[in-house]
Design a protein around this ligand. Structure first.
Ligand SMILES: C[S@@+](CC[C@H](N)C(=O)[O-])C[C@H]1O[C@@H](n2cnc3c(N)ncnc32)[C@H](O)[C@@H]1O
Length: 391
């Protein structure tokens, strides 16, 4: 593909990304793969270049752009090398017309930028939300003897973490094949430490997804005790057991939950857990480095739906915890409505619970918990709080 054709391809893909953001369709990553699946003429260099253009354009546009071309025109206005490729050559984009519609730049849609500023996140904090994320791994303590790494990597805020440049092929390393390492953001690793999971305990990971944090909890538990991993998404949860096997985790069991009927499905766990982790479904404002188009998908109505779900799941989780046990609320979001405010509301609803001060390797106090940010902590953005059920 010529450089001009790559720009036109990025414009076409961006049109699909914009339509999907409006209609809650497939994520950008999948749309890029689909586009190339039907264009076998494109080589690996083309894929890499087009992908970079698509993501650079997504990062540049705060609001959802009117079209893929408007997004790429914005990028052209910021980058002369891109602008030079709008030359009307075969397979390339037409020249930019005077007064042509240009997408609006910025960190996020205006309502979200206002929300972030109100939380004390200055422009450096906001800009860092859209940086390229590094690649972090977690060394699996259950297979530490197999964790021979071809590159040492840099230390991270998590004791179990190492950091590499984004395109390091860690998944091709023997240590990965043996299950001695997992790809996991250092912040994700750190919030698992907040659960304080110990060998021999009974622990529930209520929103386990494909098990990223379940595996970290199992390692902290030295694969001893009982670990129940739940989720309402069958496809995600079905990926957990093969991962557990690779990681040498034997204590994990999975349970698929029916949304709205979680408490009934977990009746046998009532008052039994030493710890419950609620890694709640959230806006993902802390993970824009990895999914920058997520900020085009979020609406005030979706945020309200998520906060209602979070508070319901916290109540479901609380019923599972035994007196003296722990409940850890985690969101990969920087919005207080999903973090600090959610915990205050929980404590107001449950007089028999208290917040426990948390000290982790990073983070700043926020309400009854800690906030991690890409700018300050070099991790994805998170809020985490540890609550304890009074005896
Ligand atoms: C932040 S993600 C969890 C990520 C996962 N813990 C990890 O470390 O990879 C939130 C999860 O909550 C799940 N979820 C949504 N509604 C739920 C419900 N009613 N009960 C349990 N899980 C739910 C979603 O399917 C999603 O996997």
């Amino acid at each position: 593909m010529t450089p001009q054709a790559r720009v036109q391809a990025a414009i076409d893909i961006l049109d699909a990304v914009i339509a999907a953001a409006r209609a809650k369709g497939a994520p950008a990553d999948r749309l890029i793969s689909e586009w190339f699946r039907t264009r076998r003429f494109a080589g690996s260099g083309d894929r890499r270049a087009v992908r970079e253009l698509v993501y650079a354009a997504i990062r540049s546009c705060g609001e959802v752009p009117a079209s893929g071309r408007a997004a790429m025109v914005l990028l052209a206005r910021q980058d002369a090398a891109v602008a030079a490729l709008f030359d009307g050559s075969r397979h390339g984009p037409e020249a930019i017309a005077p007064g042509e519609i240009t997408a609006q730049g910025g960190v996020a849609p205006e309502w979200l930028e206002r929300a972030l500023a109100a939380l004390g996140l200055d422009s450096a904090e906001q800009a860092a939300l859209l940086d390229r994320a590094p690649l972090d791994i977690r060394i699996n303590a259950l297979k530490a003897e197999l964790a021979e790494l071809p590159e040492v990597g840099a230390p991270t805020v998590a004791a179990t973490g190492r950091r590499y440049p984004p395109s390091t092929p860690v998944e091709q390393w023997d240590a990965y094949r043996f299950g001695a390492i997992e790809v996991q953001d250092a912040g994700s690793q750190l919030v698992c430490e907040a659960a304080g999971a110990q060998p021999g305990e009974a622990v529930v990971d209520l929103c386990a997804g494909a098990g990223g944090k379940t595996l970290a909890l199992a390692a902290a538990m030295e694969d001893r005790g009982v670990l129940l991993a739940c989720d309402a998404d069958r496809a995600r949860l079905s990926r957990l057991m093969p991962r557990a096997e690779r990681a040498g985790v034997h204590i994990a069991e999975t349970r698929l939950l029916d949304p709205g009927k979680e408490a009934e499905a977990l009746g046998d766990w009532a008052g039994r857990a030493d710890a419950v982790l609620v890694d709640a479904p959230c806006s993902g404002t802390g993970t824009w480095r990895r999914n920058p188009e997520a900020r085009w998908r979020l609406t005030p109505a979706e945020l309200a739906r998520l906060t209602a779900l979070q508070s319901r799941l916290l109540d479901v989780a609380a019923a599972l915890v035994k007196p003296g046990g722990r409940l850890v609320h985690v969101v990969c979001s920087l919005l207080d409505v999903e973090g600090a405010d959610q915990v205050s509301a929980f404590l107001a609803r449950h007089a028999d619970w208290r917040a426990v001060p948390l000290v982790l390797g990073a983070g700043t106090a926020r309400g009854s918990g800690l906030r991690l940010t890409p700018h300050r902590d070099g991790t994805d953005g998170f809020f985490v709080a540890r609550l304890e059920r009074l005896c």
